[in-house]
Design a protein around this ligand. Structure first.
Ligand SMILES: *Cc1c(COP(=O)(O)O)cnc(C)c1O
Length: 403
């Protein structure tokens, strides 16, 4: 039988990590000691009190049946308390909170509720690929908002043509930002709310990294801005905050009509998050937050080692105030894929080419701080040994692309 794939499958961009994975496997097979700064998946374990709560509630047969579609009331109440405590944002647990099977699930389903064929979504670039792909799966088109250094990696709303804004149904934003590590402040969110009100656009703020922040910096919620709760929703995740990427638990909060519509889509696709996982989520949100502070200190130490080493190697990355990513500019004469491949072949270090997150990401590679400090020290030594500064620049581009 000849399989005929759907248009949406054929339109998928090539898998970002495919070529890197192939090269990495080849190097490891050849005995190389590979340091993986590629994937954004915490290496630290889930705090033990959360695991205990899962183990305990998993034994209760009451938790073995289908969960409720919109999430356990206890979990949603816990979310309300957390949002109040953390951001001062007031929410109604029944209409303004939805439990998600990880925030990626909610982000990926949202366009099905609001995008018809031909509709536009405003999507940052570079970005987490889900926003664009989910828009495409719903039959819509992405209008890309470039995130560039000159604008602090924030989208320039004035650069969006009014005719585009009129057609747009959704706008995705994400701060603290993956992959650039950039952060956003109140004035940016205020501009976003005004823009959304003016054009009748639903804002989806992905706040997956709201708790991965350093030296006392506390990222704010988009919902803290007056009017935000009438134009948008914010997606949160327990994945990065509590090292729970494998557990699949997140939530959406905000505008009740958007939350309701997403809930209707989901009730026709999935059957909710396992109750025992939601009980564990309650333990995470309401329990000891010491492990969050520890997590922040660990990434801050790793960040400082990596930044200092990259500077010594002649590269000049900005110091991220949040996220576990360093958005490192390429050496002159090197493209993102050239630099990624140079780092992998000659230093055994896996990174992600910035261009893989969208064209405006060209000029950078993303390095994830998800390996122990001593591995980052080792990575930094290997990068310094590449002697990037003293490679003649013609040579360098040839070296960069040397196969
Ligand atoms: C990791 C990440 C998420 C979280 O995904 P989960 O599905 O909650 O594990 C969402 N958005 C961005 C940008 C991320 O990097």
């Amino acid at each position: 039988m000849t399989l005929v794939e759907s248009e949406r499958l054929r339109l998928l961009p090539p898998y970002l990590f495919a070529e890197i994975d192939r090269l990495k496997a080849e190097l490891i097979a050849g005995g190389a000691d590979v340091i993986n700064l590629g994937v954004g998946d915490p290496d630290l374990p889930t705090p033990s009190h959360i695991i205990e709560r899962l183990a305990q509630t998993a034994r209760d047969p009451a938790n073995h049946q289908y969960p409720s579609y919109s999430g356990m009331n206890d979990f949603r109440l816990s979310v309300v308390k957390w949002c109040k405590r953390r951001f001062g944002v007031e929410l109604d647990p029944l209409s303004e909170v939805l439990t998600l099977i990880g925030s990626k699930e909610g982000l990926a389903h949202l366009p099905l509720a609001f995008i018809d064929p031909g509709d536009l979504a405003l999507v940052p670039s570079p970005a987490y690929p889900v926003y664009h792909v989910a828009t495409m799966f719903a039959g819509g088109e992405s209008w890309f908002m470039p995130l560039i250094e000159k604008n602090g990696f924030l989208p320039d709303l004035d650069a969006i043509p009014p005719a585009v804004a009129e057609r747009a149904r959704l706008m995705f934003i994400n701060y603290p930002n993956n992959p650039t590590g950039a952060t956003a402040g109140r004035d940016f969110y205020e501009r976003v709310v005004r823009f959304a009100e003016q054009y009748g656009i639903i804002v989806c703020h992905d706040a997956a990294y709201s708790e991965v922040a350093f030296e006392g910096y506390r990222p704010m919620s988009f919902l803290e801005v007056p009017g935000a709760k009438e134009v948008g929703v914010e997606f949160h995740s327990l994945s990065k905050t509590y090292n729970m990427t494998g557990w699949r638990l997140g939530f959406a909060v905000g505008d009740r009509n958007v939350i309701g519509a997403l809930g209707r889509i989901k009730s026709n696709i999935d059957s909710g998050a396992f109750n025992a996982v939601q009980w564990a989520g309650i333990a995470a949100l309401e329990g000891d937050q010491g492990p969050v502070a520890d997590m922040q200190n660990i990434y801050r130490e790793r960040r400082d080692i990596l930044i200092a080493g990259l500077k010594k190697a002649g590269l000049n990355p900005q110091i991220p105030k949040a996220t576990f990513y360093v958005w490192c500019p390429n050496p002159p004469g090197c493209s993102s894929t050239d630099f990624t491949s140079l780092l992998l072949r000659e230093a055994g270090i896996v990174t992600t080419p910035g261009s893989g997150f969208g064209d405006p990401g060209e000029g950078y590679v993303r390095m994830a701080l998800t390996v122990p400090a001593e591995r980052i020290r080792e990575a930094v030594e290997r990068i310094c040994q590449l002697d990037l500064e003293n490679r003649p620049s013609g040579e360098k581009s040839r070296n960069c692309s040397r196969k």
